[in-house]
Design a protein around this ligand. Structure first.
Ligand code: NAD
Length: 455
């Protein structure tokens, strides 16, 4: 099939590459000229395991094209997929300006039938807004061209996006059509996704509003699991329990399961924080207070301060007056990305910590296998941040080690070497990477999440 994708971010580029890989003819459009120029040369703007080879091979085969021309993009595909960002607005609601701009572009240039597929995460009711905008724009052009707007939320995970796209757990498609037009669109969607739907039925057809809400419900459920676990961790620490035993104890119950119950220094990324906020906002607009989601967000915001709280406790200062003890100190920071296997630092817990440490007058020496370029782009060059090439180099002369991301490469380290590099053997571990008993035996002051050893 001929498919157009608007937006070449984590979702658009991965979806485009995977659809091309299974034989569709894909054109990806982005307003970022620099990104498209680089993509045409096979240079991938994001770190995503397995993405580069399929982008390169499909550019070579001619299955994957890139453009900045809206007109060319609209003319290309019978299916037009919207995969642009929906960042939070000032009040927490999803900012739809990019989605609506694409919808208007499609309507401005289309002159034959299109299926407009919304893959961006958007509030319930957005498909109606897109449909109205397309109708109005076509009317202004005095054109009558048939089109359909459907919802097809994306569930891929950064860091495993190619695999998720190639082997989805489910493919949700929301459409509000009946009779023959429904059959036509269902058939087209089945054809689009047939290569990913081979072993058992994964396509779930539903109405548009349910599809739009399904995406928020999924992310809010996952964020809730994390905040719940962080709440348990904070209780565990106070009652003298170890949250890691508790985690295993509850995860072994298949009704609970092991996934997404890891305590830590908070969830981040481009999806959970903004999607929780957006659904709180949608509820408010409908005069409903979502008490659970508000608590999920509050717990997470508090948890992002957890490492700084532990640092203040160790260095005997209050958070309000942290500069007294922390000014001039250097912290070695392992991990900047919001989770391993990505370069994404949007809303990452590391950024809350960085900013608190800087405010207190401390310096940071940081290492991350993939996210340093992005941090440099955001914060620029500054005297209180050095980004170094290895985890060992980040330790040199620092007063303590802090861990924000559980990259595999951080799981083990040479105890003796670390001690020779730090001015004192102190570790603040935001991801519970190590055993408190072992760290104690090795002579470290070791702080982690939800363990009585912190007290
Ligand atoms: P992103 O910020 O990485 O990429 C968005 C891209 O859209 C950018 O390259 C931007 O230049 C481009 N763009 C903006 N306006 C455009 C326009 N008018 N025409 C063409 N391109 C335009 O975003 P993302 O992380 O890929 O997320 C996209 C959507 O998918 C969001 O709604 C997000 O919530 C959702 N989503 C994201 C993930 C994820 O893990 N990142 C997972 C599932 C769903």
């Amino acid at each position: 099939m001929k498919v157009t994708i608007f937006g070449t971010g984590y979702v658009g580029l991965v979806t485009g590459a995977c659809l091309a890989e299974v034989g569709h003819h894909v054109m990806c459009m982005d307003v970022d000229v620099n990104k498209i120029d680089r993509l045409k040369d096979g240079l991938i703007p994001i770190y995503e395991p397995g993405l580069e080879p399929i982008v390169k091979s499909n550019i070579e085969s001619g299955n994957l094209l890139f453009t900045t021309s809206t007109e060319e993009a609209v003319n290309h595909g019978q299916v037009q997929i919207i995969a642009v960002g929906t960042p939070p607005d000032e009040d927490g609601s999803a900012d739809l300006q990019y989605v609506l701009a694409v919808a208007e572009s499609i309507a401005t240039h289309m002159d034959d039938e299109k299926i407009i597929v919304n893959k961006s995460t958007v509030p319930v009711g957005t498909a109606d807004k897109v449909r109205n905008l397309v109708e109005t724009t076509l009317r202004n052009r005095s054109l009558e061209v048939p089109f359909t707007v459907i919802s097809n939320p994306e569930f891929l995970k950064e860091g495993a996006a190619v695999n998720d796209c190639m082997r989805p757990d489910r493919i949700v498609i929301g459409l509000d059509l009946h009779g023959e037009s429904r059959r036509t669109v269902e058939t087209a969607m089945r054809e689009l996704y047939a290569p990913f739907n081979r072993n058992h039925e994964k396509i779930l057809f539903m109405d548009v509003r349910s599809a739009e809400l399904t995406k928020y419900a999924a992310n809010c459920m996952l964020a809730t699991k994390i905040s719940f676990m962080n709440e348990m961790a904070n209780i565990a620490e106070r009652v003298g329990a170890d949250i890691e035993f508790v985690r295993q104890g509850i995860g072994s119950d298949p009704r609970i399961g092991y996934q997404f119950i890891y305590p830590g220094c908070g969830y981040g990324g481009s999806c959970f924080p903004k999607d929780v906020k957006a659904l709180i906002n949608t509820s408010k607009e409908l005069q409903y207070q979502s008490k659970i989601l508000e608590a999920v967000e509050t717990v997470n915001n508090t948890q992002k301060h957890k490492l700084f709280d532990l640092i203040c406790r160790h260095f005997n200062c209050s958070k309000e007056d942290a500069s007294k003890a922390l000014k001039g100190k250097t912290f070695s920071l392992w991990g900047l990305a919001f989770k391993p296997n990505t370069d994404d630092v949007r809303d990452a817990p590391s950024r809350v910590l960085l900013e608190l440490l800087w405010k207190a007058g401390a310096k940071v020496q940081a290492f991350d296998p993939e996210a340093m370029e992005e941090i440099q782009r955001i914060y620029g060059l500054r005297g209180d941040l050095s980004l170094v090439g290895t985890k060992e180099a980040a330790l040199r002369g620092a007063d303590a080690l802090v861990i924000c991301t559980e990259w595999k490469n951080f799981r083990t380290f040479d105890d003796e070497y670390v001690k020779t590099q730090l001015s004192a053997p102190v570790i603040f571990d935001g991801r519970n990477m190590y055993e408190p008993e072992r760290m104690k035996m090795k002579g470290y002051a070791y702080y982690s999440i939800g363990r009585s050893s912190n007290m």
